[in-house]
Design a protein around this ligand. Sequence first.
Ligand code: HEM
Length: 486
Amino acid sequence: MFGTIILLWICVVFVILQLKSRRPKNFPPGPPILPILGNILNISLENPLKDFERLRKSYGNVYSLYMGPKPAVVINGMEAMKAAMVYKANDFAGRPQDLFINETTQRKGVILADYGPGWKEHRRFALMTLRNFGMGKNSMEDRIYGEIKYVIRQLETSIGKPFSPQLMFHNAASNIICQVLFGRRFEYDDNFIKVIVGCFTENAKIANGPWAMLYDSLPMIRGLPLPFNKAFKNVEKLAKGLLVEHKKTRVPGDPRDFVDCYMDELDKRGEDPASFSEEQLRMFALDLHFAGTDTTSNTILTGFLYLSTYPHIQERCQQEIDSALEGKDRASFDDRHNMPYMQAVIHEVQRVANTVPLSVFHCTTKDTELMGYSLPKGTLVIPNLGSVLNEEGQWKFPNEFNPENFLNDKREFFKPEAFMPFSAGPRMCLGESLARMELFLILVTLLRKFKFSWPEDAGEPNYAPVYGVTLTPKPYNMIVTLRDSQ
Ligand code: HEM
């Protein structure tokens, strides 16, 4: 009798859960949903990209997956991506607020802020401040060149021997954004930067791994002492001493960098700061450092992986650089207009690098429709940017590294609509202009001075990246030599 009651009770709970996790009416299709687990067994938590592609073949460009009890809609291909991010920009510009990652940032900063006045104010402020740096006496180009000098120095000490560029490019990208934020660079073994990078690397790993997925899927485990708690402690550690030095040395009204500009803005706002605050600034600075480091450095690393294994493409770049910069000390960003091939190569590197493969997750801000499906307000949206960057029909050569993807019949540079590594719409990358300037100046300056080759004993290059919030090439060595003309 007792056994029968228990069995009956289990059946009732099972039926309730089944009903609860059924897709809403006219919701995008997807694989059958398991009680409690949803679809987490349908995708690899270590690297879901192949599974996303497989599901796209079965269910089309817009499909849904349940992360435990929580539905998510995956958007694939250019047509659906533009329909959501551009044509219905306001409906799709939210950020989910109840994920592990929101807990780690204490819901501050800009990347994960929900679509609303606070996000808008901060985004506008950041864009304006970054633009003003471009015009000041210490221009953005100067800040980037300041760091390129260190990269050159390091490469010069590595001439002729196998050299792993991973740490060097990571530190360079970190230092460029530090120049913008804090007005200074840091030695590669500086404790301040080591702590920031260490905590972020660890948090990115946790945020991208199975523990965060379980945290998001199973609310009942959130209070337990499990490995995800380390991420919360890391952020506390980071935020602590971040502004101490700056507050001591700043001269109000004479800003040296982004942090000073923000503090001036806080002074200006006085009693009525709206969404601006010191806590916001702390997370904002960490956001920008995080967003601007791995993205740029992994793209550059991918660039040198391809350039050192496609020597004919490298040589064509160098010929173009030599002739476009003849008689000039250094390249400026404006020189890109005289370098169609180099532009094509950089864009092709970004296309194959697919650096932020699933963008940053979005969320619907109201009940809306996409490609004939209904999505309720608050639906988690995963933009599969990689599915656009290699979409058949959008590219001349979707599955190979080929700069011809960005050259027209007249050998001029052109940018196909499906080029979306920075995403699209109102949430698209805030640092796009800085990133593009960095990629151009670093690649052009280094290719002008050095030749990069694949070591003879290194075997076949492996282009398959390591999955993470950003995709990273597997560690590799290259051989650096000075070019004959230098
Ligand atoms: C090659 C380098 C980079 C790539 C591929 C890249 C890509 C992206 C992508 C895909 C997004 C998500 C957009 C969306 O949600 O729709 C994003 C957001 C963002 N990026 Fe970048 N990014 C790069 C460099 C940078 C740099 C250098 C900065 C720093 C200034 C930066 C700051 C940001 C910020 C703050 C956001 C959040 C924007 C918002 O939510 O409004 N990124 N980026």
